[in-house]
Design a protein around this ligand. Structure first.
Ligand SMILES: *Cc1c(COP(=O)(O)O)cnc(C)c1O
Length: 414
């Protein structure tokens, strides 16, 4: 659900007209709605009281203020690096509510996690089990662990964001899961607490989640037969959102379907790690039309945001709705919305119907997840600011980068 809606024909973020925000903060600019973030979060937690747990996948949007909002609501956090652990703590999140995922954790990151007392490590390989055991033993600590198992289900999503197939780099193959757990039970410094999987992102059907759950529960039973008690089942993130004409299952249906499978297992807590479902529709990228250009076949609407600001269209062929923020006197025309970066792949939208003139403001919708976090300085473009709207207030939660920021850590040679 969105709190970006038209009032007298002008697109607003909560109570604030976007042209006002563009005036105040410049363009391009990410704008987030606190109300949407909180509403999306509560849709999960309302159905998953403790001992179940919802862990926000920090990689989807790691702005400190966004993490702070969630930390104040008592969130758990799913992180994939030491940097993300540091962000969660800086934003007021609790170490013991952190789940540490990721395929190539360094010794330093594992040491840091153990010293901070993070909730659990989601372990992606036998080698990592041995690595964590060795470090935990040396520090005289116990690492709570789950093994990330690859249930080999097809998430039916873009190949770059499918993670639960045999051919993907993530997790331990199901056939190796029992011996891996038996090894974990023998190794010093480890406390087995759960089983974990994450089959992909932007899933728009329930079935792959259901298939994965069945396979994971079968594993829980096999482990129990071998004397290994599992306390929680972490089903990862991946619930899709509506960018255009997708029809992902409502959060409630998704959670109820999962809980139904756990009905006869009151001892088993469900963990989820949603990222996109919490923040995607809570953000837009605000950009200004620089000029129009026609090459006879195509009209290009050239804007001041590019693939360095929002890479999803270029990287995943992702579709984001793009709308004019104010009413246009023109009729909509066929166009590609393109940025200033020197790449043919630098587009925000292709074959759209938009009415726009130079100087107009456009909103690229559903840009709250995997937007700013994937931005770069390619073409020496300073990264855009992030603004958080809360009712009729707007907070600058990350300033626009300056020229000096571009070379802050570089040096000239003598
Ligand atoms: C990316 C990721 C998530 C979040 O995925 P969404 O599709 O944003 O919900 C959760 N868990 C792990 C391990 C991930 O890598």
């Amino acid at each position: 659900m969105s709190d970006f809606y038209l009032q007298n024909g002008v697109l607003h973020a909560e109570s604030l007209p976007l042209p006002e925000l563009a005036e105040q903060f410049g363009t391009p600019c990410f704008v987030y709605s606190r109300a949407v973030i909180e509403r999306n979060w509560r849709a999960f937690t309302a159905l998953l009281p403790e001992p179940h747990r919802v862990c926000f996948a920090v990689k989807a949007n790691s702005n400190l203020a966004v993490l702070q909002i969630l930390a104040r609501l008592g969130a758990g956090f799913d992180v994939v690096s030491g940097g993300e652990i540091a962000r969660v703590l800086k934003a007021g999140g609790k170490a013991d509510r952190i789940v540490f995922s990721g395929v190539a954790k360094s010794d330093a990151e594992i040491r840091e996690g153990l010293q901070l007392g993070i909730g659990q490590f989601n372990v992606e390989s036998i080698a990592e089990l041995e690595q964590i055991s060795r470090i935990a033993e040396a520090l005289d600590k116990t690492a709570r662990i789950s093994l990330r198992v690859n249930p080999d289900v097809d998430a039916k999503t873009h190949p770059y964001i499918a993670t639960g197939l045999e051919q993907n780099k993530f997790g331990i193959p199901m056939v190796d899961a029992l011996p891996a757990y038996q090894l974990a039970a023998r190794l010093p410094g480890l406390d087995i607490v759960g089983v974990d999987c994450h089959i992909g992102s932007q899933l728009t059907e329930l079935q792959p989640f259901m298939d994965a759950t069945d396979r994971m529960l079968a594993l829980v039973d096999t482990l129990a037969e071998h004397g290994i008690e599992i306390r929680h089942l972490d089903m990862g993130g991946g619930l899709g959102v509506r960018y255009g004409d997708e029809t992902p299952p409502p959060v409630g249906d998704y959670i109820q379907a999962l809980l139904k499978k756990l009905e006869s297992r009151p001892e088993l807590a469900l963990y989820l790690e949603p990222g996109r479902a919490i923040v995607a529709n809570a953000g837009i990228l605000l950009t200004r039309v620089q000029s129009l250009k026609s090459n006879g076949r195509k009209t290009f609407v050239m804007v001041d945001a590019g693939m360095n600001d929002l890479i999803r269209p270029s990287l995943y062929q992702a579709w984001h709705d793009i709308v004019n923020v104010t009413p246009s006197p023109q009729a909509p025309f066929d166009c590609d919305v393109v940025g200033p970066v020197c790449e043919t792949g630098d587009f925000l939208g292709q074959n759209r119907q938009i009415a726009a003139s130079a100087g107009d403001l456009l909103a690229v919708k559903s840009a709250g997840a995997y937007g700013f976090v994937m931005s770069s300085n390619y073409n020496s473009r300073p990264r855009p600011p992030e603004v958080l709207v809360d009712g009729d207030q707007a907070w600058l939660v990350r300033a626009r980068e300056t020229r000096d920021d571009l070379w802050r850590s570089e040096s000239l040679i003598p």
